[in-house]
Design a protein around this ligand. Structure first.
Ligand code: AMP
Length: 268
């Protein structure tokens, strides 16, 4: 595995190769990231993983400063997975890169876009740079961050980028909750509550299949398992990311809630 810190060097490597797989991350890698890397290894001739904690997408400075960092562990994981190139750019390497003018998609003011001001502006800022530094690749992204995946896919379409966004399933702990780097900030005792949140939503969906979604009913059920602070809990149509009324195969329940003052998102 080669470690690359310069944007022009990784760009040259991409230009000189075909069938490149790219896994953008913010590090502190876990089984979720690993599944993306493995999918890229399977489908592509070379795999690039980037680790860059993008300050622009954090709407709270404290959240950026406390974001977990485990770079030496990440290096070992990538080496073990036989990643070809690990791209570790600085802020300037990313943001001083000159890319073609792009347009940002219109985003409905729901979910993360409603509750985290400028978050997706920051995500689009970094992805427009990364997809220009590493162009025309297959980009593996997790459905755990479904709204992000949807927006980036849309961004590529409206700008006619040749990057192909590949959605990947959410990897969960054996207790059901979605793996996330932020879980490290949560007391292990609270993991039990996270698993109850998952089970509550899953059972609610199963028991109300093809029925009307009730925001207040599900909030009450979550209150019983100890979740008091919820930014949103919405039933969403996966094909257009609009709020849906009836639970079906086409919909997921999206949630952002707080535990030990840490904000967690999932969609089930
Ligand atoms: P992050 O490092 O949190 O920015 O995530 C990098 C990529 O990994 C994104 O495409 C995420 O959606 C994806 N990801 C994060 N957690 C999971 C998970 N539990 N399962 C699958 N993909 C994930």
């Amino acid at each position: 595995m080669k470690i690359i810190k310069k944007s022009n060097i990784i760009n040259q490597i991409v230009i000189n190769n075909k069938n490149v797989g790219f896994v953008p991350t913010m590090g502190t890698l876990h089984e979720g990231h690993i599944s993306l890397i493995q999918k890229s290894k399977k489908k592509c001739s070379i795999t690039i993983v980037s680790i860059f904690v993008n300050p622009k997408q954090f709407n709270k400075k404290k959240d950026f400063l406390t974001y977990p960092k485990k770079i030496s562990q990440d290096l070992k994981i990538c080496e073990k997975l036989q990643v070809d190139y690990l791209f570790l750019p600085s802020f300037d390497e990313v943001y001083h890169w000159k890319n073609k003018k792009v347009i940002y998609p219109k985003i409905d003011k729901i979910m993360e876009h409603k509750f985290r001001k400028n978050h997706f502006k920051g995500v689009l800022d970094v992805m427009s740079k990364l997809l220009s530094i590493i162009p025309n690749s297959k980009v593996f992204m997790g459905k755990k961050d479904y709204q992000q995946y949807f927006i980036i896919k849309n961004f590529c379409q409206i700008n006619n980028l040749k990057s192909q966004i590949v959605p990947c399933n959410t990897i969960r702990s054996k207790f059901g909750f979605a793996l996330s780097s932020r879980n490290l900030l949560i007391n292990t005792k609270s993991h039990k509550i996270m698993s109850k949140v998952y089970k509550t939503i899953k059972n609610y969906k199963k028991n109300n299949y093809l029925k009307k979604f009730s925001n207040s009913k599900i909030k009450n059920l979550l209150k019983k398992v100890g979740i008091i602070k919820i930014d949103y809990i919405n039933l969403i149509n996966l094909s257009n990311l609009k709020i849906s009324k009836r639970i079906s195969k086409k919909t997921n329940i999206f949630i952002a809630y707080y535990l030990d003052s840490v904000r967690l998102i999932d969609n089930i």
